[in-house]
Design a protein around this ligand. Structure first.
Ligand code: ATP
Ligand code: MG
Length: 510
């Protein structure tokens, strides 16, 4: 490796690891396991092919597909070639996808064979020049052929920490996803912060079942485990039964998931009897871990580490170890990660006193460069002092632990009082008839907004508004109790399991 290679360069992570432990297992997918040496070789071959195909420094390469080794080979290969990697959400279809592919200016597009028909349907609208399928598809080059067509790259790009490595679109929980520009430095420093705050070892075997195209699936345990020299086991997509089976079969030691995934796993009938003794701890983020869920896993000897962050912060901003997680039950994150700053501010950007709610702001080397081709949106979230405004409300306690309260956008204002849905939801979840619940504000003539509970019932269960209010009234102030109850079969969720409240809001407005 040339001595001018910046140590922060994402493209060099696997090459450097392969130089240390080439024969250690890196990625397992189905029955296949690639060592670090083999992975590094494949990455460098793909990088050479991308360059030979005309991909220049800064060009965007898109990847659309479920979790697969090709995703990671492409990401690292792009970095080796100096290209910008753009992971795409495979739940998006047709017009949405065409919009993002056009917006990002993707020239080379790599698509899982299962998803090429959807792309072919909008092919005429795309300015893509090279079409590569993971699998065998008519009219597409094959990824395997491409990745073995050239000798490994000998003069990889040497991106600076400030160069963009990925454009990663946000989850679209509150509306249309935004393209966060993550630099090589962002990726590197997030990994350093993760290694400094989570207990990661080179003998870890991490299950990857959250989508890699989301920051949580990619950057919380996946890349951290790889850079540390541990092994990852990829699942194409999350399935609670399969996840439990893999934990037992592959002796999984840790994984990243969102609470919904852990909830669904705990509802599998085999949950109590599956051998989970290899698990050291689970990492949860994206939303707070409800206390009953923590207890269920605790009963099986499994602790949680928790984290809070956003795509825009690559993502770690707050992390809580397993011990702290036990001590501060209900806290959604805890102390700021070592190499970053966090503060809570009011509407005038003044820091709020201990215990008072304020918007969580993050500053540090993991904060994105900005939104892709959207200067106005960038200026709206990153202030002159370099603070990124998250749009989330939190409170801090005297020990410096930050409790994430809710999104600014989701707060319900009823009769002049602020109600944070997450607090109400955690109480309603304990009602025995409730399988899933989301709380949101709906327009109300007298109170401005009405606290509204949208519930998916457990099989054969029934529930009335009065029963729900009665259940919650000892634990919630009167104004926080639901005024309206609506039922759905299941809550609308995005691929990482987050409830799409804007969809519920639209549906209720009709
Ligand atoms: P969009 O910005 O497109 O609406 P999104 O904000 O859901 O989507 P992500 O960047 O994937 O996209 O998610 C970040 C958000 O997830 C945070 O702003 C916060 O609201 C929520 N979040 C993340 N971790 C936690 C946590 N531990 N507790 C509570 N909320 C969390
Ligand atoms: Mg967001």
């Amino acid at each position: 490796m040339s001595s001018t290679q910046p140590y922060t360069d994402l493209g060099s992570w696997i090459a450097r690891r392969a130089a240390i432990s080439p024969d250690r297992p890196a990625i397992t997918f189905g029955d296949d396991t690639q060592t670090f040496g083999a992975l590094s070789h494949r990455i460098d071959c793909l990088a050479a092919q991308l360059r030979e195909g005309g991909v220049a420094v800064g060009d965007r390469v898109g990847y659309l597909g479920p979790n697969h080794p090709a995703f990671l080979v492409t990401m690292f290969g792009c970095a080796r070639a100096g290209a910008v990697f753009v992971p795409l959400n495979f739940r998006l279809t047709g017009a949405e996808l065409a919009y993002i592919i056009g917006d990002a200016g993707i020239g080379t597009l790599i698509v899982d064979a299962s998803l090429t028909p959807g792309v072919d349907a909008v092919r005429d609208e795309l300015a893509v020049t090279r079409w590569i399928a993971v699998g065998t598809v008519d009219g597409w080059e094959s990824f395997d052929a491409v990745a073995s067509a050239s000798e490994p790259i000998t003069d990889p790009a040497a991106p600076e920490p400030s160069d963009v490595g990925l454009i990663m679109y946000t989850s679209g929980t509150t509306g249309r996803p935004k393209g966060a520009m993550l630099t090589h430095g962002n990726m590197f420093w997030n990994n350093v912060n993760a290694l400094l705050s989570l207990d990661v070892t080179s003998t870890d075997i991490s299950l990857v079942c959250a989508p890699l195209f989301h920051i949580g699936g990619l950057n919380v345990t996946t890349l951290v485990t790889l850079q540390k020299g541990g092994q990852i086991v990829l699942m194409p997509a999350f399935d609670p039964v399969q996840a439990l089976k893999l934990i037992a079969d592959k002796h999984i030691t840790t994984m990243f998931g969102v609470p919904a995934m852990y909830l669904f796993m705990s509802q599998v009938p085999d949950f109590e009897t599956t051998d989970v003794s290899s698990i050291r701890y689970l990492v949860c983020g994206g939303a707070p871990v409800p206390e009953p869920l923590m207890r269920r896993y605790g009963a099986r000897g499994i602790p949680f580490a928790q984290g809070y962050g956003l795509t825009e912060t690559a993502p770690l901003a707050l992390v809580m170890s397993t011990d702290e997680s036990e001590r501060k039950i209900g806290a959604a994150g805890n102390k700021v990660v070592p190499l970053s700053d966090v503060r809570l501010v009011d509407a005038d950007y003044n820091e709020v006193p201990v215990g008072e709610p304020g918007e969580i702001c993050v500053r540090g080397p993991q904060v994105m460069a900005g939104y892709w081709r959207n200067e106005a949106a960038t200026r709206a979230v990153i202030d002159d002092g370099g603070w990124f405004h998250t749009g989330d409300i939190g409170t801090a306690d005297a020990d410096g632990y930050v409790f994430v309260v809710d999104r600014v956008k989701d707060m319900v204002i009823t009769g002049g009082e602020n109600v944070y849905p997450a607090e109400v939801e955690s109480v309603l979840y304990s009602h025995p008839a409730v399988a899933e619940v989301a709380v949101l504000g709906t327009p109300h003539e007298k109170w401005g907004e009405a606290v509204t509970a949208v519930v998916a019932l457990k099989p054969d269960a029934t529930l009335t508004l009065d029963e729900l209010r009665e259940h919650a009234k000892d634990r919630l102030a009167g104004y926080k109790l639901p005024l309206r109850l609506e039922f759905v079969d299941a809550l609308p969720r995005n691929p990482s399991g987050k409830v799409l409240k804007f969809q519920l809001r639209d549906a209720l407005a009709e």
